[in-house]
Design a protein around this ligand. Structure first.
Ligand code: F3S
Length: 390
């Protein structure tokens, strides 16, 4: 594998121990995947932020790296943490958990990483352009960056994204190479997809079928970014799909001649939705997996101002958009209806099971997939309005 002089010096330890250790990770990855060289990146997104997912071992690893002087050299931002940094006490997050979570954020901050704590950085202005090389680590954000924005990232793990952020490069293989960005599964959708839960269920179904192939959808007439984010997030959760195309909507379209062709019907989609739903009445209804856009927060505020729900509800989003929602009065409207705009975290990576909940509602295929195992929740699945007033 060819290394530029600067990269070789890093590997030789000239830029310090943290950079040496990081370049070693990148070179090892490059060798495994047959990369010929490194490619400079314009941003990195680091996952492995919640204390719930990385535990004490992860915290110690990060503190060790920060003590060794690790510093990121490209704009780098964080995936959601395990709690809302401002509201954790009201939300009944255990104090011991909170202490560890704060220590994790401090370690990342020492390395120069922005505490954005969002899985939808594209809604707060972090939008790499088509063809830009990046190293992102959150599966739904990877899917959005590759598919909707046309940027280029592999499915990085937490440590490899952090190593790329410290070295400013990533191994040049996989989805960084034009020739690999080819769909091998064509999915015809022969009916109109209307709601977020429709796109979520489609993603859940196709993720399972596609596995590691990239799907190309035909027949989808229009799709808002909020719908594309759940489509990608669900496929990344039930399969390992980091890239998809939607004919005439996403910026790329390249299909292999021998691609398998399938069709999904409205009846099949109804079955998928029904299978995701326990039909229980939720104690907590959540929106924002991936994190909600300002449009979604506004829509919830409008809805609950007309009719008060009879259960607790959260709208999960980034700190930046929560602040915008505060200024625009959406947060106050949501609070008056018994809800909460939750920042920095989400229903899956917070310790929901330790906070007194056992049945949670979601319109997200990704959350529906993870809530039972990661949070010991029964899932009420459907459109936000339907489960909120169930
Ligand atoms: Fe984001 Fe949490 Fe869903 S990190 S994609 S809201 S599981």
């Amino acid at each position: 594998m060819h290394l530029e002089k600067r990269e070789q010096l890093m590997l030789d330890g000239e830029s310090g121990e943290a950079a040496r250790q990081s370049m070693e990770i990148l070179v090892a990855l490059g060798k495994i995947y047959g990369a010929q060289k490194m490619i400079p990146i314009t941003s990195a997104q680091v996952a492995g932020v919640s204390y719930k997912t990385i535990g004490d071992a992860g915290l110690e690893y990060l503190q060790d790296l920060a003590t060794k002087g690790a510093k990121t050299i490209v704009p780098t931002f964080l995936n959601p943490a395990g709690m809302d940094i401002a509201q954790w006490k009201e939300m009944r997050v255990p104090e011991e958990f909170a202490k560890k979570q704060i220590a994790i954020l401090e370690a990342y901050s020492k390395m120069g990483i922005m505490k954005t704590c969002t899985c939808a950085p594209y809604f707060i202005g972090i939008r790499p352009k088509k063809g830009e090389h990046i190293a992102w680590a959150e599966s739904s954000a990877i899917s959005f960056a590759n598919s909707v924005l046309g940027a280029r990232t592999n499915r990085e793990g937490g440590p490899s994204a952090l190593a790329a952020a410290i070295c400013g490069v990533t191994p040049y293989y996989g989805l960084h190479l034009e020739e690999n960005r080819v769909a091998r599964l064509v999915v015809g959708v022969d009916f109109e997809l209307k709601t977020i839960s429709d796109f979520s269920a489609l993603g859940c179904a196709i993720g399972e079928i596609a596995k590691d192939r990239y799907p190309a959808f035909t027949g989808i007439k229009s799709a808002a970014e909020e719908q594309l984010k759940v489509l990608g997030a669900s496929m990344a959760a039930t399969g390992s799909v980091p890239l998809y195309f939607v004919k005439s909507i996403t910026p790329e379209w390249k299909v292999a001649d021998d691609a398998e062709k399938i069709t999904i019907t409205e009846t099949e989609l109804k079955t998928v939705k029904s299978n995701l739903d326990s039909r229980e009445r939720p104690q907590l209804v959540t929106l924002g997996c991936p994190h909600a856009s300002l449009n979604e927060i506004k829509a919830v505020a409008d809805m609950v101002s007309k009719r008060k729900p009879n259960c607790e509800f959260w709208v999960c989003t980034s700190r930046k958009l929560k602040e915008d929602a505060d200024k625009l009065g959406y947060t106050k409207t949501i609070q008056s209806a018994g809800g909460r705009v939750v920042a920095d975290t989400c229903m899956v990576v917070c310790p929901l099971e330790q906070m007194g909940y056992s049945v949670t509602g979601t319109n997200s295929g990704k959350a529906a997939k993870y809530l039972p195992n990661l949070c010991k929740q029964k899932v009420a699945f459907g459109d936000f309005e339907d489960i909120l007033y169930r």
